[in-house]
Design a protein around this ligand. Structure first.
Ligand code: IPE
Ligand code: IPE
Ligand code: MG
Length: 262
């Protein structure tokens, strides 16, 4: 007979309580609200194609959906909203589409910055956004600086982000620190890796949503989603609104998170 491992003393288990990982309740005292929600905003191109429009029209409509999701997240009491805006693989798209996306980022950054300030939103970036060039990088960095004192909601935008590269960079950073004698390789644990991730310091990812019916992660938050609840919806990103966001939160509140417990 295989002997079962002994029970783990609850005090030794780090992390959230079983069943309801994020115990904060919504304004009506219902269900747990996820502290950290991430969205793979997919389906802009198909939304446009279905209407006989150029892909750019889909990306513009997608940018409007970002405003709605941000508002819905803030209203629901979500602390962190992380949005996948451009992957490290999206450079495979045409020069024209990349230029369109870069132009839209610049436009919306300018247009929405005052709104972010009014709404108490703190902007944070993950991914190697400097690849978009000095002009956009400086605008992004100044928006991060300007919103640094806000605390109602943190909006994390993933720009030229790829999870495998992020993890390779973590390995490289830890190896450098070990080689210089700053840390002992034997002490490298999960917390050491977490501290070098682009997402260091953010609450655990509770809910990961992907729109457009694709059921894959496309190199997004691979480490961070180890115990996230995953939600795949056929809705195309430009059609995703406040109701869809609240439906996702409702589904999350029905999930039972077990973390390997029973
Ligand atoms: C998501 O929509 C936006 C980005 C990846 C920048 P897509 O452009 O991938 O839309 P589909 O998947 O082609 O419909
Ligand atoms: C993922 O969508 C990236 C973003 C939403 C920014 P893609 O459309 O690039 O993903 P794949 O190619 O379908 O996996
Ligand atoms: Mg896509």
């Amino acid at each position: 007979m295989i002997s079962a491992p002994g029970p783990v003393a609850p005090g030794n288990v780090e992390g959230p309580e079983l069943e309801t990982a994020s115990a904060s309740l919504d304004r009506n005292g219902n269900g747990p609200v996820p502290r950290h929600v991430a969205i793979i905003m997919d389906g802009n191109g198909r939304w446009a194609t279905a209407r006989g429009l150029p892909r750019l029209a889909g990306h513009k409509a997608g940018a409007e959906a970002v405003r709605r999701a941000l508002q819905a997240a803030a209203d629901a009491g979500v602390e962190v909203l992380t949005l996948y805006a451009f992957s490290s693989e999206n450079w495979r798209r045409s020069d024209e589409e990349i230029a369109d996306l870069t132009g839209l980022m610049r436009f919306y950054l300018e247009r929405e910055l005052d709104k972010l300030m009014d709404e108490g939103v703190k902007l944070r970036l993950i991914g190697d956004y400097r690849a978009f060039g000095p002009d956009l990088s400086q605008r992004l960095e100044s928006a991060v600086e300007r919103t640094a004192g806000n605390s109602r909601l943190t909006l994390v935008v993933a720009l030229n982000y790829g999870s495998r590269r992020e993890l390779a960079q973590v390995a490289s950073a830890l190896a450098r620190r070990a080689a210089s004698g700053e840390i002992d390789p034997e002490t490298i644990d999960e917390a050491a890796i977490e501290s070098e991730l682009d997402t260091a310091g953010l609450p655990e990812l509770d809910l990961l949503i992907r729109t457009s019916g694709e059921v894959r992660l496309s190199n997004f938050l691979l480490w961070q989603s180890a115990y996230s609840e995953l939600l795949f919806t056929p809705v195309l990103w430009p059609d995703f609104g406040e109701q869809a966001f609240n439906d996702a939160l409702e589904q999350y509140s029905q999930r039972q998170r077990r973390y390997g417990g029973r």
